[in-house]
Design a protein around this ligand. Sequence first.
Ligand SMILES: CSC[C@H](O)[C@@H](O)C(=O)COP(=O)(O)O
Length: 363
Amino acid sequence: MADSTLPALRWAEPPDGPVLVLLDQTRLPAEEAELACTDVPGLVAAIQSLVVRGAPLLGIAGAYGVALAAARGYDVTEAARQLAEARPTAVNLAWGVERALAAYRSAGGDGPAAARAALAEARALHRQDAEDSERMAAAGLGLLGELLPGGGYRLLTHCNTGALISGAYGTAFGVVRAAHLAGRLRRLWVDETRPLLQGARLTAYEAARDDMPYAVLADGAAGSLFAAGEVDAVLIGADRIAADGAVANKIGSYPLAVLARHHGVPFIVVAPVSTVDLATPDGAAIRIEHRPGHEVTEVRGVQVAPVGARAYNPAFDVTPPELVTAIVTERGVVSPVDHGNLAEMCAGPRGDGSGSDDGMMRE
Ligand SMILES: CSC[C@H](O)[C@@H](O)C(=O)COP(=O)(O)O
């Protein structure tokens, strides 16, 4: 099997100054093209146009953005504000920006040493995400083994949560990959994920690279797939998890949770602890990004609705905690309806297994 890690972003230092090099996800799978960001406005635009995307990677990109601002002589506080506000829903973006800004400030808040501190923090977040993705994969695979004894899983996923959003293997897709490596994946169902087709373009691209038995379906086909008994579990990522366990994720996730509950299928969310936002009390308080209507009225730049058609284009929806079977993080598994466990998991030291023998918290 090909190595499924992809350099979704990398820091480079050519003679004319540091750059953050992004794999341009808007051009996949047709082209594996890179975009070099030499300035903060360019990186903000790349974040907003989804050249770089997905919650964990946005956190990493935000941290490198602060390092870029520092190295290139920007007003770092103002740059950090612009980066953190580039997209509102994925809490990891502001989190990554704040981590690098804090490192910059604690190294004096000015000059080369502070710039180096910001870069070191961005690199540390990048490495940590790679390690976290391995832990999530192991915890998620363990959970699947408990919920679905016997293997031969038919898993449904939505949007893209793999190497393209991670320092290594990703969140939900990392679990799918672990199941595949363990010989337990019978079928990966890939929701196309309208309007921007992160499933059909990006998850299918990653599944093909890993030689997985996958098939793409139109989002509206999911119901018939459940009705036919073809789905054993749904695995998705998250952009923000509120303190009450509500999960904001790519638009179309909530209908899958409703379907999963109706058909008695586990609905599993996989995300790092950095996606949990205890300062947001509940799902209603999560700010949902609304994107331009042309993303709905056009498909890959081709107008499909009547010219002048208006559109409704929220980028995310919120799944209430009672529809979520489990949240898998790098620290183990929690039930989203047990809010105490979620807060306790976030408060614990990294990778400590949060107190149980096998490193997994239980409902
Ligand atoms: C693992 S990244 C968060 C997600 O799970 C992913 O599904 C998602 O919603 C990403 O949204 P995007 O708009 O492509 O940045």
